[in-house]
Design a protein. Structure first.
Length: 341
């Protein structure tokens, strides 16, 4: 029986040598270490042996069992390692390849300009006041001293909704009334940024939607010189102190007197070029002293209070800054454009 155990061991170890996959290994385990295997049968039947035979056979039997189990463990380990090496080789990972770029979001060029505006105006004491895009005829026109059939309405043709008297605002000026009604009788220093809409032929310089930044200061001793210097200071900060500004007489129904502010052409330095249409000046804002009727509509007594207001086009500033030649790029959401800023 000892011979039998020796040959069981020899044969089992030899057949284990050739095994290269898990299925064959499982079969081997059943054949050589399973309940019905010759080895286990011998070990199970030890009780049937004589007292003299039992210790030697039992000892040798257990030795063989341990040897087979150890060999099996070693084989499992070898197979694992081989499998790992194979998969590493097959799914080779090249750690020297450059990573995939993650597209990073950024602020729209208009937003960047707006934030510069906010920062400058904030330093001069103006806070941001938000006002609605969908307005009533009353706020967009009437309360700003532009009654029905006033010829000035031609300047601000807009998009009307199907609800009579409800329209998309043509300028941020109706926000002046909202701000005055919200703050009256306190003094006011606000800027009102936002989108405006006009029924226009779309061209490189005009779109049907565009941003404005309105400004409004109301108080007891607000004079025109305050406005001139405040706006000049803003222009110096946004364009640089080397550019001169000028104010030209103009007309708006909601300001009296009214004017427009120009800055020396930042493209040609005032010599004249296609950007400034050979005038040497760029129009930057409409402005004026708040009309008494508008002050009254906002709740302020025009005999006690005065104020100035202005409206600027921040997109114009962005265009000048970055050399953008076509305003239609702004809201087309074309990444080739947006990724440049
Ligand atoms: N609302 C005017 C426009 O859109 C600009 C403006 C604002 C003028 C405030 C004077 C005062 O053209």
């Amino acid at each position: 029986m000892l011979d039998q155990l020796n040959s069981i061991e020899k044969e089992a170890l030899a057949s284990l040598e050739n095994i290269v996959d898990q299925a064959a290994l499982d079969a081997w385990r059943v054949t050589h270490l399973g309940k019905k295997s010759p080895l286990m049968t011998i070990l199970g039947d030890l009780g049937k042996l004589s007292k003299e035979e039992r210790p030697a056979i039992g000892k040798r039997g257990n030795e063989v069992k341990r040897a087979l189990e150890a060999a099996l463990e070693a084989k499992i380990e070898t197979l694992h390692r081989a499998e790992m090496e194979r998969s590493l080789k097959e799914n080779a990972l090249d750690v020297t390849l450059p990573g995939r770029p993650r597209p990073r979001g950024r602020l729209h060029p208009s937003t960047q300009t707006l934030r510069e505006f906010y920062a400058i105006w904030a330093e001069m004491g103006f806070q941001v006041f938000r006002s609605r895009d969908v307005e009533s005829d009353e706020y967009n026109f009437e309360l700003l001293n532009i009654p029905q059939h006033h010829p000035a309405r031609d300047m601000w043709d807009t998009f009307y909704t199907t609800t009579p008297g409800v329209l998309l605002r043509t300028h941020t000026s109706p926000g002046q009334i909202h701000a005055m009604r919200a703050y009256c009788p306190n003094p006011i220093r606000v800027i009102l940024p936002g989108m405006c809409y006009r029924y226009e032929q779309i061209t490189a310089s005009k779109d049907i939607q565009f941003q404005q930044v309105e400004g409004l200061a109301v108080g007891k001793h607000v004079r025109m010189t305050d406005m001139l210097e405040t706006m000049s200071e803003f222009a110096r900060r946004i364009f640089g102190a080397e550019y001169t500004v000028r104010f030209r007489a103009s007309h708006f129904p909601f300001t009296e007197p009214s004017m427009e502010m120009d800055v020396e052409c930042v493209n040609c330095g005032g010599k004249g070029c296609s950007v400034c249409k050979h005038t040497g000046w760029l129009e930057i804002a409409g402005a004026g002293m708040v009309h008494p009727v508008v002050l009254k509509n906002g709740g302020y007594d025009p005999r006690v209070y005065s104020g100035f207001a202005f409206g600027m086009g921040p997109q114009r500033v962005t265009m000048l800054k970055h050399g953008i030649t076509d305003i239609r790029y702004f809201w087309q959401n074309d990444l080739r454009f947006l990724e440049q800023f």
